[in-house]
Design a protein. Structure first.
Lengths: 179, 84
């Protein structure tokens, strides 16, 4: 019971706040519920397929293959693959984390992992057309062009400031997640 | 711009809602600069998803990445303002 409370403490607090809001400002509370359910729906649509795909990836692609294409010494190949796979993804940022975890278990170089996450969060190719329509062609293309080198720079900056032991610790942690 | 970036960092709006929202704001007179920061932080910085990120990457990386992404968003906005 205590474990349950720990995990869902924040949710309980939010629900209580929502209840209070409902009694004070009904309309606003209803909007909150509508928006929240949108987010929940999106998460439900996004996460299960991702985990399914991850399961397949985990069993079908061998560690050696992954390491060859995106591990240490893969150079430009790894970077391009990381960008490409990250861009193909749609959906929220938190969807990238489990995928990154599996990639780490397969031995992908950390800089490529960071590039992957960067690409997932910004380049979002499936959304690109949508962005062009809503914000204008110039906006969308410009943002994409600036983001790509930016992602690579951020990834390398992050690695620059991390110690080797930190990175090894991260990989070790991920070995245990879902092992 | 600061307000836009803070809101973008904290919110967790689905992408297909965020773009029409931004387009609507644009029509209402919001500047391209502010919207660029908003969209960039919306996508890259996740204050609310930090706990999850920390679980996978550890505190240091998670925080650092978000900080860099936040700063980068302003950078993106500035460069875009030159061309737009």
């Amino acid at each position: 019971m205590k474990n349950f409370l720990n995990k869902y403490a924040l949710l309980c607090v939010m629900l209580i706040l929502l209840l209070i809001l409902f009694m004070v400002e009904k309309k606003m509370a209803i909007r909150v519920i509508k928006l929240s359910s949108l987010s929940v729906k999106e998460m439900l649509m996004v996460i299960p397929p991702i985990f399914l795909m991850l399961g397949l990836l985990d069993t079908w692609v061998s560690k050696e293959k992954m390491a060859r294409f995106m591990g240490k010494g893969s150079g430009l190949k790894g970077i391009l693959l990381a960008l490409f796979i990250g861009s193909a993804a749609a959906g929220p940022l938190y969807g990238a984390f489990p995928v990154a975890s599996v990639l780490m278990k397969k031995g992908v170089k950390f800089s490529n992992i960071l590039i992957f996450i960067g690409a997932w969060s910004t380049t979002k190719l499936p959304m690109f057309l949508f962005e062009m329509v809503s914000m204008g062609k110039k906006f969308a293309i410009l943002r994409l062009l600036i983001d790509i080198p930016g992602i690579i720079i951020i990834a390398n900056l992050l690695i620059f400031f991390l110690k080797k032991t930190d990175i090894e610790q991260i990989y070790k942690n991920n070995e245990q997640i879902g092992a | 711009m600061l307000i836009a970036s803070v809101i973008g960092s904290v919110t967790l709006i689905p992408g297909f809602v965020a773009f029409p929202l931004a387009a609507g704001l644009l029509k209402s007179g919001a500047g391209y600069l502010q919207l660029a920061v908003f969209i960039s932080t919306l996508m890259m910085v996740g204050v609310i998803t930090l706990p999850v990120e920390m679980k996978y990457f550890g505190k240091k990386v998670a925080v650092l990445r978000n900080v860099y992404a936040y700063i980068f968003s302003f950078f993106v906005a500035f460069i875009m303002s030159i061309f737009l």
